[in-house]
Design a protein around this ligand. Structure first.
Ligand code: NAD
Ligand code: UDP
Length: 311
């Protein structure tokens, strides 16, 4: 198949492009390089089945494709809050442009939605039926509400125009090729520890997250796209839940035990708990994560040691 990956030069997108090429597909990677990097896909450019297009999903685009994975959107709070209006446009206009294209060329289109649609959840763990607790006017709203509106568009195009859609809600995912200055917790802690800086724990570190390693996530994305049982939404993530303090302690231990942990103010609207209920994914795509946090952290630390040139 010929497959379009928007946001293909980003962290998840580049791993997805790589996987789709391994599966013998043709891949069109579209990205405006806001948080993505050419280096992430440089090793794919010699493959004649790979094509990179620098383009912003806010503007319409054309491509003769069978599948579209819509991943274009900054995912880290510091990046999506850098220009919040642009973040909303990217989610909403990007969804409309992907859905319009899918409708014209009769492609199947998958939306990379997020656990942020659940906001600061009052139901734990979060099943897909939970409607969420999002502050619509807070600092995180540009991302959360943008993604919620994108889901709305996906379901309206599906009902009104019979567009063949899939929606996945991705929970915190980490691994090699996150940006060192990405701002998300796993990359922040590892880079700080390797550089001999203090580890910045926001709040008391009692808030929880559930961390999925990138290879597990990519496997799930590919399976959701090709299954016929449901359009979604389907939660994809690792149900092993850790406090952020536990994560900090693991990173300290795995990087030599020298780093100090310092407390910083908790950002406004920071969700207190997050863990996916993945019963639906288990049933529909026969999937659950196979990489533990310990294994995944080892791989990610090795990646950052290498890319930062730290022995
Ligand atoms: P990322 O920031 O590394 O990737 C996003 C990519 O989209 C980047 O390459 C960026 O340059 C590109 N992009 C941003 N705005 C664009 C625009 N207007 N036009 C074209 N390209 C644009 O983040 P990621 O972690 O790889 O996330 C990929 C997708 O998965 C995002 O949609 C994100 O919301 C979703 N997601 C990720 C996670 C996670 O934990 N990694 C969790 C939930 C959802
Ligand atoms: N966090 C932290 N220190 C950091 C970066 C993040 O303690 O340097 C915390 C953050 O407050 C949140 C959790 O780690 O509670 C996950 O943050 P991230 O930005 O990775 O993801 P999200 O909040 O979007 O789930």
């Amino acid at each position: 198949m010929r497959i379009l990956v928007t946001g293909g030069a980003g962290f998840l997108g580049s791993h997805l492009c790589e996987r789709l090429l391994q599966d013998d597909h043709e891949v069109v990677c579209l990205d405006n390089l806001f948080t993505g990097r050419r280096q992430n896909v440089m090793h794919l450019t010699s493959n004649p089945r790979f094509e990179f297009i620098r383009h912003d999903v806010v503007d319409p685009f054309k491509a003769e494709v069978d599948r579209i994975f819509n991943l274009a959107c900054p995912a880290s709070p510091i990046h999506y809050q850098f220009n919040p209006i642009k973040t909303v446009k990217t989610s909403v206009m990007g969804a409309i442009n992907c859905l319009g294209l899918a409708k014209r060329v009769k492609a199947r289109v998958l939306q990379a939605s997020t656990s942020e649609v659940y906001g600061d959840p009052e139901v734990h763990p979060q099943p897909e039926t939970y409607r969420g607790n999002v502050n619509p006017i807070g600092l995180r709203a540009c991302y959360d509400e943008g993604k919620r509106c994108a889901e709305t568009l996906f379901f309206d195009y599906h009902r009104e125009n019979e567009v063949d859609v899939r929606v996945v809600r991705i929970f915190n995912t980490y691994g090699p090729r996150m940006l060192p200055d990405d701002g998300r917790v796993v990359s922040n802690f590892i880079v700080q520890a390797l550089n001999g800086e203090d580890i910045t724990l926001y709040g008391d570190g009692a808030q929880t997250r559930s961390f999925c390693y990138v290879t597990d996530l990519i496997e799930a994305l590919v399976r959701v796209m090709e299954q016929e049982e449901t359009v979604g939404p389907i939660n994809i993530g690792n149900p092993d839940e850790f406090t952020i303090r536990e994560l900090a302690e693991k990173v300290v231990e795995k990087t030599g035990g020298q780093a100090n942990v310092v407390q910083k103010p908790l950002p406004f609207d920071d969700p207190q708990r997050r863990r996916p209920d993945i019963s639906l994914a288990k049933k529909v795509i026969d999937w659950e994560p196979s990489v533990s946090l310990d294994e995944g952290l080892d791989q990610t630390i090795a990646f950052f040691r290498d890319s930062l040139g730290i022995a």
